[in-house]
Design a binder for this molecule. Sequence first.
Ligand code: SF4
Length: 461
Amino acid sequence: MPLALAATAGVRPTAELIARYDGRAPRYTSYPPATQFSAQVDAETYALWLRDLPVEQAVSLYVHIPFCARLCWYCGCNTRAVNRHEPVGDYVRLLLNEIALLGAALPGRLPVGAIHFGGGTPNMLSTGEIDAIFDRLGEVFALTADVDVAVEMDPAVLTRDWVRAAARRGMNRASLGVQNLTPEVQAAVNRRDTFEHIADCVAWLREARIGSINIDLMYGLPHQTTANTLSTLDQLLPLRPERLALFGYAHVPWMKSHQQLIDEAALPDAQARLDQSETAAERLAAEGYVRIGLDHFALPEDPMAKAQAAGTLRRNFQGYTTDPAVTLLGMGASAIGCLPQGFVQNAAHELTWRAAVKEGRLPIARGVAVDAEDRFRAEIIERLMCDFHVDLAAVCARHGRALSDLAEDVSRLAPFIADGLAQVRGARVEVLPAGQLLARSIAAVFDAYFSAESQRHARAI
Ligand code: SF4
């Protein structure tokens, strides 16, 4: 097999190179990717998988809250805006039932190492609803005192009392969606957040002894420029969040109809997007943040930076994570779960999810079983996405495979190598700095399901 392809001299990532390799690759938050999920995996399959989970092994939980106080026009999440609390209360009552259904299907009271509340806007929950969810989780699972509890938050509806109530129930990580603080950009995406309010939110979180704060930022929004990306960072960096994430806006109005409200003429072009992302990354590096994978940044003492240095960083549906759990159980409409046997997803449509739970059925809509080939390829893709390099010989040895099984995949790296985006030395594949923004497209070389013609995924950066 051609495992000694030489790289050409370093090539900067240009908009032209990005356009050439924008292969519409999956985000690889799972492998097989979500496009392979089908109704063949149903509630019955899930119940069998749950029954076989080892009772002593800690699992992680994901709880989805699909409500927001406002609808941001760029949003790609499964959520809807509500202006009264009644639908949230109804949803929580059914969520408690879903947790009980899950408990009945499990082989025992499994220990839990981490809980992630995502959305939507989990801080739309009332403090009484948070208590009810934690009480029910405590009945079904063994929640240890040191369980990691992470919550995604919309600062627009965050209050000091809410932070205190969530911290009392064990919240120790918070993620605030900020995106960009420029009024013109915010107006173009239906957000209105001032720096002063963000600073108050961070102060409330610090006061409640939340030791890990993440701030989500974006590039590529309408009217966004490199200058206003940097001025957003100038305001936020003195708050010293432990982590920041910088995601590229994916304009897919054919999939997310509310994105049609975004003025396409105001969207930055590929070169401008690249300038925004790379200039922000350079600024964060200058401020002492370590770049983690494609789109995360962390202070060097943060567990995520340490995990990257140790080669133990993982990728799951929340993006990059330090969570080592093999099993993630999802709850709530559209929640995705990951088990040793495969992936499952709850009904994304809230009414379908509600109907299933009301009928006493686990609300699974689709999923995919994984086989030995999938696990083999999943490890290669995860290492490339997390570490930007992979030792194919080591992965082959762990999976009882021959290196020659990957000859065809490796040969597909040739154009990336010729353009200075990747290199192969012996059995080690490395994504070079110029290719890191294209890591998804490079990893796709090892994806047995990927079709370069596929138009189902958003652009690669
Ligand atoms: S608050 Fe977050 S989840 Fe809700 S619409 Fe805005 S970006 Fe989406």
